[in-house]
Design a protein around this ligand. Structure first.
Ligand code: HEM
Length: 322
């Protein structure tokens, strides 16, 4: 009796381990495809090199964000890649993602090459995880070991995509709470936010801040107001999150300390709040940032559901298998 109780308890713990990032995921392993697809990491790496060499759009930023939005909304199961169908409305068109997420064609290209080498073997969720890692590494950021063995969901959860992701107006207590709910510490949250060292934001998402906030460098807001006026609904103007948007470095944190955070949720990390000391450390120590970011990205990849019937290795990342 006691033995079966202990077994059930262990099973429960393993289940929990799959749903929060704080625990290692016992079902993933860096060598998961060592025998079934040893070419995998080489294919992803060489394709990403090719893509980034020919890229003018900073697509690595888009691919890193794609992984975050997949994992944070119901686990790292590639649900974010599914196109809408007459039967269901997918996560791609949820408000935080619509007309904003990008990089889907790169995932299609990598998946095509991986399928040619190792048919029906590698999940789209694992391809996303490797692509995020290689994007960061190729843009001069840290590298980390990617744990593999995820499978792809056969269902989408637009509600999860709508409500689990933080927004550009989120304040510090909300950010801390949203990340804590998934097992992330304040340190993880701050380090992961440093992903905004890459890429840009649309005017509509930082307009309120540059026209209304007082915790902002006046020269910075004045320069941005020229291309993002309060009156015009200029949704196409964009601005970089930090001054080196194509290089993974700690300028994001240096800019926060100078009150040059682009969105309200960026500046929420600095200026009299609980996590100021972390922002200051990262602003002065690029290596510490890289180390903590890499560690938190592994945890992000642990947000992976373990059980359920609606799981498969998708052949085309945009749709469930027939
Ligand atoms: C902390 C809370 C976060 C909030 C509130 C937030 C919100 C946003 C918003 C509103 C944008 C701009 C989207 C657009 O203009 O279309 C953006 C861009 C971006 N986010 Fe976040 N994000 C957060 C955390 C993260 C994390 C944890 C990562 C990755 C680990 C990430 C990676 C990115 C990247 C790389 C971009 C630029 C994308 C591009 O250029 O295509 N973000 N984020």
């Amino acid at each position: 009796m006691a033995t079966s109780f202990n077994f059930l308890l262990l099973l429960l713990l393993l289940l929990l381990a799959g749903s929060t990032a704080a625990f290692p995921n016992f079902f993933l392993s860096p060598s998961f495809y060592s025998y079934t697809c040893p070419q995998l990491q080489g294919i992803v790496r060489s394709t990403m090199k090719e893509v980034i060499r020919n890229d003018t759009t900073n697509i690595g930023a888009g691919l890193l964000r794609l992984f975050f939005h997949d994992c944070f909304a119901g686990g790292c199961d590639a649900s974010v890649l599914l196109d809408d169908t007459p039967e269901f409305v997918g996560e791609k068109t949820a408000p935080p993602n619509r007309n904003s997420l990008r990089g889907f064609e790169v995932i299609d290209l990598i998946k095509k090459r991986v399928e040619a080498a190792c048919p029906r073997t590698v999940s789209c969720a694992d391809i996303l995880a490797l692509t995020a890692r290689d994007s960061v590494a190729l843009l001069h950021g840290p590298r980390w070991k990617v744990w593999l063995g995820r499978s792809d969901s056969m269902a989408v959860d637009q509600n999860a995509a709508t409500f689990s992701l933080p927004g550009p107006g989120s304040n510090l207590p909300i950010l801390l709470a949203m990340f804590a709910a998934k097992g992330f510490s304040a340190r993880d949250m701050v380090a992961l936010s440093g992903a905004h060292t890459l890429g840009r934001s649309h005017c509509s998402l930082y307009r309120d801040r540059i026209h209304g906030d007082s915790n902002i460098d006046p020269a910075f807001s004045a320069a941005l107001r020229a291309t993002c006026p309060l009156s015009a609904a200029n949704a196409t103007a964009t601005a970089p999150f930090d001054r080196t948007p194509e290089r993974f470095d700690n300028w994001y944190f240096k800019d926060l300390v100078a009150f040059r955070g682009l969105m309200k949720s960026d500046q929420a990390l600095y200026g009299g709040g609980l996590v100021d000391p972390l922002v200051e450390i990262y602003s002065e120590d690029n290596e510490a940032f890289g180390r903590d970011f890499a560690e938190a990205m592994v945890k992000l990849g642990n947000l992976s559901p373990l059980f359920g019937f609606y799981r498969e290795i998708r052949l085309n990342c945009r749709k469930v298998n027939a």
